[in-house]
Design a protein around this ligand. Structure first.
Ligand code: ARG
Length: 249
């Protein structure tokens, strides 16, 4: 009898444990798209999973909202159109811009950026006029791509990954690469003997602001903004900047 009771008790405890697990499973999931080829904001970590500032930030936001974050790595180009269908949001060092605002809403900005110009160390490119008629590498469908498209006489080569543009710069297939400041610094650092990165201010590029993209009219915008504000207030945001961004500089 006692034995039977113990067995019964064990099964009941098992069931309780299962239910506890089940509850966790029913926690709301926010599927967040990124393009993990943009260090230090997102990259594939040693364990093969997306990591970086943006990933840590969205997970912290998920914690504040009591939501489970599922990160989906995809092409940068596909992110905006996937919002509202394949993904619930995107965090990808994405600059708020007019064109994107036609199809998505953005959270409050969380980071200020500007495009940088990566060149070979002995390059003659120093300012805006020097970019004319050059072959310029960019990451497809990014603000760097949009800037390059406007440069007089320039031939623009677009790549799915910024690092591929940088490799073509080293191989002499492009004259420079236009890409956001922080990734520019990470890529330049990797090939410090060959490359140097020039501040976009020298080329009169405008500052940009990164924000989280959400479906148009979504009530998540306010919730995400509140979570962002809370993370700034409690010091988590600054700790992530120190851990992921300042560390990479
Ligand atoms: N800030 C630029 C833009 O919004 C580039 C972002 C690229 N991000 C990435 N994860 N690949 O267009």
């Amino acid at each position: 009898m006692k034995k039977l009771f113990t067995t019964l008790l064990a099964s009941v405890m098992c069931l309780a444990a299962l239910t506890a697990c089940g509850n966790k499973g029913t926690k709301d999931v926010l599927v967040v798209g990124t393009n993990a080829a943009f260090p230090p904001f997102e990259y594939v970590g040693d364990d093969g999973q997306p990591d970086g500032f943006d990933i840590a930030l969205i997970k912290a936001i998920g914690e504040k909202l009591g939501m489970e974050i599922e990160v989906q790595d995809m092409e940068f180009e596909s992110l905006v159109t996937a919002i509202g269908s394949k993904i619930d949001a995107a965090i990808a060092g994405m600059t708020i811009d007019e064109e994107r605002l036609k199809s998505v809403d953005f959270s409050e900005p969380y980071y200020d950026a500007i495009q940088y110009v990566i060149v070979l160390k002995d390059s003659e490119i120093k300012g805006a006029d020097d970019l004319k008629n050059k072959t310029i590498g960019v990451q497809l469908a990014t603000t760097g791509n949009y800037i390059a498209d406007e440069i007089e006489g320039a031939t623009v080569k677009s790549y799915n990954k910024g690092v591929d543009a940088v490799n073509d710069l080293i191989n002499g297939r492009v004259d420079c690469v236009i890409i956001d400041k922080n990734p520019a610094m990470v890529f330049t650092e990797k090939f410090a003997d060959k490359l140097t990165a020039i501040d976009g201010a020298e080329f009169d590029f405008e500052t940009e602001q990164y924000a989280i993209a959400l479906p148009k009219g979504s009530d998540m915008v306010e919730k995400v903004n509140q979570a962002l504000a809370d993370l700034k207030e409690d010091g988590t945001f600054d700790a992530l900047v120190a851990q992921y961004i300042e560390e990479a500089e």
